[in-house]
Design a protein around this ligand. Structure first.
Ligand SMILES: Cc1cc2nc3c(=O)[nH]c(=O)nc-3n(C[C@H](O)[C@H](O)[C@H](O)COP(=O)(O)O)c2cc1C
Length: 190
């Protein structure tokens, strides 16, 4: 069991990173092997719009430090997608990832898309925002869940939306950390 976390927060000790870490700890406690792609530290570019992935199915022609992680998305068993809300939307780092993951969508006969990612993987979301209403950015979160997860035939098994109404940083919120560990164990099949 291999779990890949795509971390799109630039803050290594921020709320998103803390909650992803707790999910990975929960997964590891169930015996999973874990990998974290910390996007902000990768030398990665956005999609260059070459559309070569429409010919060379499932392969992104942009070769950089994201490339091995796009391959791991295909081979791992479960994923975590985590990002803060910036300017009402997902962080720029997450948008770069989702654009590059266009290469994982494959053209379907008669139109529409299939996926180069084998169906049936589990995934979970971590979102952190300043606003107190956890539903405030539901459209952005639904977009992330769909584009990164369900669009590739994955099943969402949990999400944490950390808000400023949690009053404390995630690192000091024991209940939220425990919820994250529980989702991590669920990701690994418990
Ligand atoms: C550039 C920037 C834009 C932000 N925009 C929003 C926003 O539109 N809505 C919101 O609720 N919080 C916004 N925030 C607050 C962050 O989402 C919040 O502080 C979050 O907890 C940061 O996550 P992190 O600790 O993982 O870095 C913004 C923060 C920054 C730095």
């Amino acid at each position: 069991m291999h779990i890949l976390a795509i971390n799109a927060s630039p803050r290594k000790k921020g709320n998103t990173s803390t909650l992803i870490q707790a999910m990975l700890e929960g997964a590891a406690s169930s015996g999973a092997e874990t990998t974290e792609a910390y996007l902000h530290s990768l030398d990665m570019k956005g999609c260059m719009g070459c559309l070569s992935c429409r010919q060379t199915i499932g392969i992104c022609a942009q070769k950089d430090e994201l490339s091995p992680f796009l391959e791991t998305v295909k081979t791992c068993d479960a994923l975590i997608f985590g990002c803060p809300i910036y300017m009402y939307r997902v962080s720029g780092q997450m948008k770069l990832y989702v654009d590059r993951s266009y290469s994982l969508y494959t053209p379907a006969e008669g139109g529409g898309y299939n996926s180069a990612v084998p169906a049936g993987k589990r995934f979970a979301l971590v979102v952190s925002q300043g606003a107190t209403d956890p539903d405030q950015y539901h459209r952005s979160i639904r977009w992330l869940s769909g584009m990164a997860g369900t669009g590739h035939g994955m099943q969402e098994v949990g999400r944490i939306i950390h808000t400023s109404s949690n009053a404390r940083p995630a690192a000091q919120n024991d209940a939220l950390l425990e919820e994250a560990r529980t989702i991590g164990r669920r990701l690994s099949g418990e």
